[in-house]
Design a protein around this ligand. Structure first.
Ligand code: ADP
Length: 309
């Protein structure tokens, strides 16, 4: 049995002279992936190619064991897609839109309607599901978009900026649903976003795209391990003598709220080295608190390294 989720070989894509993807190779097993990258990195182009909205120019790809170029109809039944933009018909009610899109994904009419009620209930809709989609708030529209993406119970779900424009409560609920679908329904998910906290809260692995190339495909925990520890410190008196010594040993520091400074150590340098250097610099420490490196720090470091090449 082929248990690969996604296999891409040498995928490039250009819009005229603009090269959006540049030799992408990827092999993913089932799981929940954050697709990360700054604007223009090629995330949407990659998703559109995988969904069959754009034609292949080079290379080949398979999703869930299906050839992306040749088995589009089969893939439509097995992949759910929550687009970033609008995909709702304003004049239709939530339940009608969901059932309609279910039919477009290959479901039979009665079954699509039954499932539409179920998935709308699952994402938190009550009687509102009979109202026209045009009257929904942004949060409700996002949930409706999620419902239509899962109406046919696909084993793979693409989410494009799913929390975009949502308030904190709506965002929390949506991320909770994503986690639950991954854990209970064993759905594989490709989650494209520029919001790193969304990825930290839902994904176990990340794919980092930059200028059309894959910079890293890694488990978040491995990405964290590749980098050293991070510590928040606060000094008594001027901190520059200590920060200069830390920089000479490869540490990166960033000023935080108040007098705090966040120091990210290079891999292999133990946090206790900060105490030693503080002694040498005659700079007593008032605060020394080990913290986890944020995904943002790890991400920026990857981009910096790649730009330095
Ligand atoms: P992301 O989703 O990561 O922001 P995109 O895939 O949208 O990246 O874009 C990748 C590159 O392709 C960018 O340089 C972008 O300007 C360019 N691009 C995207 N869509 C088009 C298009 N329809 N026509 C011309 N260039 C495009």
């Amino acid at each position: 049995m082929n248990d690969s989720l996604l296999l891409l070989k040498d995928i490039s894509y250009s819009y005229g002279k603009v090269k959006a993807l540049d030799g992408v190779n990827l092999l993913l097993t089932p799981g929940v992936y954050g697709l990360l990258g700054p604007n223009g990195a090629g995330k949407s182009t990659l998703m559109k190619l995988l969904l069959g909205f754009l034609p292949f120019q080079t290379g080949e790809g398979s999703l869930l064991g299906c050839d992306v170029r040749r088995e589009k109809a089969l893939l439509r039944r097995r992949v759910g897609y929550m687009p970033e933009g609008e995909c709702l018909v304003p004049e239709m009610s939530g339940v009608e839109v969901t059932a309609y899109l279910g039919e477009l994904s290959g479901m039979e009419g009665t079954e699509a309607m039954k499932r539409a009620h179920e998935v709308l209930y699952y994402v938190g809709f009550g009687e509102e599901r009979y109202r026209k989609a045009a009257t929904y708030s942004t949060g409700m529209k996002q949930k409706l978009k999620l419902a239509q993406a899962i109406v046919h119970d696909p084993p793979l779900l693409f989410l494009d900026e799913p929390t975009s424009g949502m308030d904190p409560q709506g965002r929390k609920e949506l991320l909770e649903l994503v986690r639950e679908m991954a854990a209970l329904k064993r759905m594989s998910i490709l989650f494209s976003t520029h919001l790193l906290p969304d990825v930290e809260e839902t994904c176990d692995r990340v794919i980092v795209l930059h200028r059309g190339r894959v910079l890293a495909t890694e488990a978040l925990s491995v990405l964290r391990e590749r980098n050293g520890d991070a510590v928040e410190i606060e000094t008594v008196g001027p901190r520059e003598p200590l920060l200069e010594r830390l920089a000479r040993e490869g540490c990166r520091s960033a000023a935080m709220e108040g007098e705090r400074v966040r120091v990210v150590l290079p891999k292999g340098l133990p946090p206790s080295r900060i105490w030693t250097l503080a002694g040498e610099a005659d700079t007593p420490l008032r605060r020394f608190q080990p913290v986890k490196s944020t995904l943002e720090e790890l991400f920026l470091e990857l981009l910096e390294k790649s730009d330095g090449n």
